[in-house]
Design a protein around this ligand. Structure first.
Ligand SMILES: [Zn+2]
Ligand SMILES: [Zn+2]
Length: 308
Protein backbone atom coordinates (compact mmCIF):
# COMPACT_ATOMS: atom_id res chain seq x y z
CA UNK A 1 0.00 0.00 0.00
CA UNK A 2 1.34 3.43 -0.85
CA UNK A 3 2.09 5.83 1.98
CA UNK A 4 -0.67 8.19 0.88
CA UNK A 5 -3.24 5.41 0.80
CA UNK A 6 -2.12 4.17 4.23
CA UNK A 7 -2.51 7.68 5.65
CA UNK A 8 -5.94 8.00 4.07
CA UNK A 9 -7.03 4.70 5.64
CA UNK A 10 -5.75 5.87 9.03
CA UNK A 11 -7.54 9.20 8.62
CA UNK A 12 -10.84 7.52 7.72
CA UNK A 13 -10.47 5.15 10.67
CA UNK A 14 -9.99 8.14 12.97
CA UNK A 15 -13.10 9.83 11.53
CA UNK A 16 -15.21 6.79 12.44
CA UNK A 17 -13.45 6.21 15.76
CA UNK A 18 -16.70 6.74 17.63
CA UNK A 19 -17.99 3.59 15.93
CA UNK A 20 -14.72 1.71 15.77
CA UNK A 21 -13.62 -1.12 18.01
CA UNK A 22 -14.22 -4.79 18.22
CA UNK A 23 -17.50 -6.47 18.94
CA UNK A 24 -15.84 -9.02 21.24
CA UNK A 25 -16.92 -7.29 24.44
CA UNK A 26 -20.30 -5.83 25.44
CA UNK A 27 -21.41 -3.37 22.79
CA UNK A 28 -24.27 -1.52 21.22
CA UNK A 29 -25.18 -2.43 17.66
CA UNK A 30 -27.29 -0.03 15.59
CA UNK A 31 -30.10 -1.96 13.86
CA UNK A 32 -32.11 0.97 12.53
CA UNK A 33 -31.97 4.75 12.31
CA UNK A 34 -35.30 5.86 10.76
CA UNK A 35 -38.35 7.46 12.38
CA UNK A 36 -41.40 5.28 13.17
CA UNK A 37 -42.62 5.06 9.56
CA UNK A 38 -39.27 3.84 8.22
CA UNK A 39 -37.80 4.74 4.87
CA UNK A 40 -39.39 4.57 2.32
CA UNK A 41 -42.49 5.77 4.15
CA UNK A 42 -46.01 4.72 3.13
CA UNK A 43 -47.78 7.34 1.06
CA UNK A 44 -44.71 9.40 0.23
CA UNK A 45 -44.51 10.10 -3.50
CA UNK A 46 -41.54 12.44 -3.23
CA UNK A 47 -38.00 11.74 -4.41
CA UNK A 48 -36.81 10.97 -0.85
CA UNK A 49 -38.84 7.75 -0.86
CA UNK A 50 -39.09 7.00 -4.60
CA UNK A 51 -35.37 6.20 -4.78
CA UNK A 52 -35.54 3.94 -1.71
CA UNK A 53 -38.58 2.12 -3.16
CA UNK A 54 -36.69 1.37 -6.33
CA UNK A 55 -33.45 0.37 -4.63
CA UNK A 56 -33.99 -1.20 -1.17
CA UNK A 57 -30.32 -0.62 -0.36
CA UNK A 58 -31.13 3.10 -0.13
CA UNK A 59 -33.85 2.47 2.48
CA UNK A 60 -33.49 2.55 6.27
CA UNK A 61 -34.92 0.47 9.09
CA UNK A 62 -36.72 1.96 12.09
CA UNK A 63 -34.62 3.09 15.05
CA UNK A 64 -33.43 0.18 17.18
CA UNK A 65 -30.33 -0.83 19.11
CA UNK A 66 -29.12 -4.21 20.25
CA UNK A 67 -27.20 -4.38 23.51
CA UNK A 68 -24.98 -7.40 22.96
CA UNK A 69 -23.32 -9.42 25.74
CA UNK A 70 -20.97 -11.81 23.88
CA UNK A 71 -19.63 -13.40 27.05
CA UNK A 72 -23.06 -14.74 27.97
CA UNK A 73 -24.14 -15.17 24.33
CA UNK A 74 -27.25 -13.03 24.62
CA UNK A 75 -28.62 -9.62 23.69
CA UNK A 76 -31.34 -7.17 24.54
CA UNK A 77 -33.22 -5.06 22.02
CA UNK A 78 -33.93 -1.43 22.69
CA UNK A 79 -37.30 -0.94 20.91
CA UNK A 80 -39.43 -3.52 19.06
CA UNK A 81 -39.93 -1.90 15.67
CA UNK A 82 -42.03 -2.76 12.60
CA UNK A 83 -38.70 -4.00 11.14
CA UNK A 84 -38.33 -6.54 13.98
CA UNK A 85 -38.02 -9.64 11.70
CA UNK A 86 -35.06 -8.29 9.74
CA UNK A 87 -33.44 -6.71 12.79
CA UNK A 88 -33.60 -9.95 14.75
CA UNK A 89 -32.11 -11.79 11.79
CA UNK A 90 -29.36 -9.18 11.56
CA UNK A 91 -28.30 -9.85 15.16
CA UNK A 92 -28.32 -13.59 14.55
CA UNK A 93 -26.24 -13.23 11.37
CA UNK A 94 -23.58 -11.43 13.38
CA UNK A 95 -24.01 -13.49 16.54
CA UNK A 96 -25.37 -16.94 15.67
CA UNK A 97 -27.15 -18.67 18.51
CA UNK A 98 -27.30 -15.66 20.85
CA UNK A 99 -30.50 -15.54 22.91
CA UNK A 100 -32.92 -12.63 23.02
CA UNK A 101 -32.75 -11.81 26.74
CA UNK A 102 -35.32 -9.02 26.74
CA UNK A 103 -36.67 -5.88 25.12
CA UNK A 104 -36.66 -2.32 26.47
CA UNK A 105 -39.33 -0.03 25.04
CA UNK A 106 -39.42 3.76 25.30
CA UNK A 107 -43.09 4.43 24.48
CA UNK A 108 -46.26 3.42 22.64
CA UNK A 109 -45.76 5.03 19.23
CA UNK A 110 -45.79 2.45 16.44
CA UNK A 111 -42.11 2.58 15.56
CA UNK A 112 -41.13 1.66 19.09
CA UNK A 113 -43.37 -1.26 20.09
CA UNK A 114 -45.36 -2.61 17.11
CA UNK A 115 -42.69 -5.28 16.47
CA UNK A 116 -43.87 -7.08 19.62
CA UNK A 117 -46.61 -8.55 17.41
CA UNK A 118 -44.03 -10.99 16.01
CA UNK A 119 -43.55 -12.61 19.43
CA UNK A 120 -47.13 -13.89 19.44
CA UNK A 121 -48.82 -17.13 18.49
CA UNK A 122 -49.10 -16.21 14.79
CA UNK A 123 -45.32 -15.92 14.43
CA UNK A 124 -42.64 -16.88 16.98
CA UNK A 125 -44.76 -17.84 19.98
CA UNK A 126 -41.88 -16.95 22.28
CA UNK A 127 -41.77 -18.22 25.85
CA UNK A 128 -41.93 -15.23 28.24
CA UNK A 129 -39.54 -12.72 26.68
CA UNK A 130 -39.05 -10.00 29.32
CA UNK A 131 -40.46 -6.69 28.04
CA UNK A 132 -39.27 -3.79 30.16
CA UNK A 133 -41.59 -0.80 30.14
CA UNK A 134 -42.72 2.09 32.30
CA UNK A 135 -46.00 1.45 34.22
CA UNK A 136 -48.41 3.25 31.85
CA UNK A 137 -46.92 1.50 28.83
CA UNK A 138 -47.10 -1.86 30.66
CA UNK A 139 -50.79 -1.20 31.47
CA UNK A 140 -51.45 -0.21 27.86
CA UNK A 141 -49.94 -3.46 26.60
CA UNK A 142 -51.72 -5.69 29.11
CA UNK A 143 -55.14 -4.12 28.59
CA UNK A 144 -55.33 -3.61 24.80
CA UNK A 145 -55.45 -6.26 22.09
CA UNK A 146 -53.55 -7.64 20.33
CA UNK A 147 -50.79 -6.93 22.88
CA UNK A 148 -52.86 -8.24 25.81
CA UNK A 149 -52.83 -11.68 24.17
CA UNK A 150 -49.02 -11.72 24.32
CA UNK A 151 -49.33 -11.20 28.07
CA UNK A 152 -52.11 -13.77 28.54
CA UNK A 153 -50.30 -16.44 26.52
CA UNK A 154 -47.06 -15.53 28.31
CA UNK A 155 -45.23 -14.81 25.06
CA UNK A 156 -43.98 -11.75 26.87
CA UNK A 157 -43.46 -11.04 30.53
CA UNK A 158 -43.91 -7.39 31.46
CA UNK A 159 -41.34 -5.91 33.83
CA UNK A 160 -42.21 -2.45 35.10
CA UNK A 161 -39.42 0.10 35.07
CA UNK A 162 -39.20 2.68 37.83
CA UNK A 163 -37.88 6.06 36.72
CA UNK A 164 -34.20 6.57 37.47
CA UNK A 165 -33.86 3.08 38.92
CA UNK A 166 -30.97 1.06 37.52
CA UNK A 167 -31.80 -2.38 36.10
CA UNK A 168 -28.76 -4.67 36.38
CA UNK A 169 -28.59 -7.04 33.41
CA UNK A 170 -25.22 -8.66 34.08
CA UNK A 171 -22.07 -7.72 35.99
CA UNK A 172 -21.13 -4.35 34.47
CA UNK A 173 -24.22 -4.02 32.28
CA UNK A 174 -27.21 -1.93 33.30
CA UNK A 175 -30.06 0.13 31.87
CA UNK A 176 -31.59 3.10 33.68
CA UNK A 177 -34.84 4.59 32.39
CA UNK A 178 -35.76 8.25 32.79
CA UNK A 179 -38.77 10.28 31.70
CA UNK A 180 -38.77 12.72 28.80
CA UNK A 181 -41.54 15.04 27.52
CA UNK A 182 -43.24 13.72 24.38
CA UNK A 183 -46.75 13.26 22.93
CA UNK A 184 -47.92 10.76 25.57
CA UNK A 185 -51.29 9.61 24.17
CA UNK A 186 -51.03 5.96 25.24
CA UNK A 187 -47.97 5.82 27.47
CA UNK A 188 -45.36 7.92 29.15
CA UNK A 189 -42.09 8.28 27.23
CA UNK A 190 -38.76 7.05 28.53
CA UNK A 191 -35.18 7.55 27.50
CA UNK A 192 -32.49 5.08 28.58
CA UNK A 193 -29.04 5.34 30.00
CA UNK A 194 -27.08 2.22 29.10
CA UNK A 195 -24.03 1.45 31.21
CA UNK A 196 -21.30 -0.94 30.18
CA UNK A 197 -18.23 -2.00 32.15
CA UNK A 198 -16.37 1.14 31.01
CA UNK A 199 -18.44 3.22 28.66
CA UNK A 200 -22.01 4.46 28.82
CA UNK A 201 -24.58 5.75 26.36
CA UNK A 202 -27.78 7.76 26.32
CA UNK A 203 -30.73 6.81 24.12
CA UNK A 204 -33.32 9.56 23.57
CA UNK A 205 -34.93 8.93 20.17
CA UNK A 206 -38.12 10.89 20.80
CA UNK A 207 -38.43 14.11 22.80
CA UNK A 208 -40.56 17.22 22.21
CA UNK A 209 -37.93 19.94 22.60
CA UNK A 210 -34.81 20.07 24.73
CA UNK A 211 -36.09 23.11 26.66
CA UNK A 212 -39.16 21.16 27.81
CA UNK A 213 -36.98 18.53 29.51
CA UNK A 214 -36.30 19.06 33.21
CA UNK A 215 -32.67 18.13 32.51
CA UNK A 216 -30.18 20.25 30.64
CA UNK A 217 -29.29 18.20 27.56
CA UNK A 218 -25.70 19.46 27.77
CA UNK A 219 -25.39 18.00 31.30
CA UNK A 220 -27.02 14.76 30.17
CA UNK A 221 -24.58 14.35 27.28
CA UNK A 222 -21.62 15.25 29.50
CA UNK A 223 -22.57 12.44 31.88
CA UNK A 224 -22.06 9.69 29.26
CA UNK A 225 -19.59 8.69 26.53
CA UNK A 226 -22.13 8.64 23.72
CA UNK A 227 -25.58 10.11 23.19
CA UNK A 228 -28.04 8.75 20.62
CA UNK A 229 -30.38 11.71 20.29
CA UNK A 230 -33.58 12.65 18.49
CA UNK A 231 -32.65 13.75 14.98
CA UNK A 232 -36.16 13.33 13.50
CA UNK A 233 -36.09 16.56 11.51
CA UNK A 234 -33.04 18.41 10.30
CA UNK A 235 -34.72 21.80 10.20
CA UNK A 236 -38.01 23.68 10.48
CA UNK A 237 -40.09 23.68 7.28
CA UNK A 238 -39.12 20.09 6.40
CA UNK A 239 -42.79 19.02 6.51
CA UNK A 240 -45.55 20.70 4.50
CA UNK A 241 -47.63 21.00 7.70
CA UNK A 242 -47.33 22.95 10.95
CA UNK A 243 -44.34 21.27 12.57
CA UNK A 244 -45.43 22.42 16.05
CA UNK A 245 -47.95 19.52 15.95
CA UNK A 246 -45.06 17.06 16.03
CA UNK A 247 -42.42 18.82 18.09
CA UNK A 248 -38.86 17.49 18.05
CA UNK A 249 -35.56 19.32 18.54
CA UNK A 250 -34.40 20.12 15.01
CA UNK A 251 -30.87 18.84 14.39
CA UNK A 252 -29.90 22.44 13.60
CA UNK A 253 -31.19 23.51 17.04
CA UNK A 254 -29.26 20.75 18.78
CA UNK A 255 -26.07 21.68 16.93
CA UNK A 256 -26.60 25.34 17.95
CA UNK A 257 -27.03 24.28 21.58
CA UNK A 258 -23.67 22.51 21.43
CA UNK A 259 -21.93 25.11 19.26
CA UNK A 260 -19.73 26.38 22.09
CA UNK A 261 -19.25 22.96 23.71
CA UNK A 262 -15.80 21.37 23.73
CA UNK A 263 -15.12 19.20 20.69
CA UNK A 264 -15.12 16.00 22.78
CA UNK A 265 -18.66 16.81 23.97
CA UNK A 266 -19.96 17.41 20.44
CA UNK A 267 -18.30 14.17 19.31
CA UNK A 268 -20.63 12.29 21.68
CA UNK A 269 -23.73 13.29 19.69
CA UNK A 270 -25.12 10.60 17.40
CA UNK A 271 -28.36 11.56 15.63
CA UNK A 272 -30.99 8.93 14.85
CA UNK A 273 -34.78 8.48 14.48
CA UNK A 274 -34.50 10.28 11.13
CA UNK A 275 -37.74 11.11 9.31
CA UNK A 276 -37.99 10.06 5.65
CA UNK A 277 -37.72 13.77 4.75
CA UNK A 278 -34.47 14.21 6.69
CA UNK A 279 -31.49 14.91 4.39
CA UNK A 280 -29.20 13.19 6.97
CA UNK A 281 -30.41 9.83 5.62
CA UNK A 282 -28.13 10.56 2.68
CA UNK A 283 -24.53 10.44 3.96
CA UNK A 284 -23.44 12.65 1.04
CA UNK A 285 -25.93 15.46 1.71
CA UNK A 286 -24.92 19.00 2.66
CA UNK A 287 -26.77 18.40 5.94
CA UNK A 288 -24.64 15.32 6.72
CA UNK A 289 -21.51 17.34 6.00
CA UNK A 290 -22.75 20.09 8.34
CA UNK A 291 -23.16 17.56 11.17
CA UNK A 292 -19.64 16.23 10.49
CA UNK A 293 -18.27 19.80 10.44
CA UNK A 294 -19.63 20.21 13.99
CA UNK A 295 -17.76 17.05 14.99
CA UNK A 296 -21.05 15.22 15.64
CA UNK A 297 -22.29 11.99 14.02
CA UNK A 298 -25.25 10.42 12.29
CA UNK A 299 -26.06 6.84 13.28
CA UNK A 300 -25.72 4.28 10.48
CA UNK A 301 -27.03 0.74 10.48
CA UNK A 302 -24.50 -1.80 11.81
CA UNK A 303 -22.43 0.83 13.64
CA UNK A 304 -20.88 -0.79 16.70
CA UNK A 305 -20.19 1.09 19.95
CA UNK A 306 -18.07 -0.88 22.42
CA UNK A 307 -19.00 -0.45 26.05
CA UNK A 308 -15.81 -1.97 27.45
ZN1 LIG B 1 -40.65 7.64 17.28
ZN1 LIG C 1 -42.90 9.01 19.55
Amino acid sequence: MSKVLALLVLFLAACRSVAAGSADGPHLLVLGVAQDGGHPQAGCEAACCADACEDPRLGHRVTCLALVDPERRRFWLVEATPDFPRQLRQVHELHPGFALAGIFITHAHIGHYAGLAHLGREVMGTPAVPVCARPRLARFLSSNGPWSQLVQLRNIELRELAANERVELAPGLAVTPFLVPHRDEFSETAGFRIDGPVRSALFVPDIDKWERWERDVRDAVRSVDLAFVDGTFFRDGELARDMREVPHPFVEETLRRFADAPAEERAKLVFLHLNHTNPLLDPNSTAARAVAAHGAHVARELDVFPLD
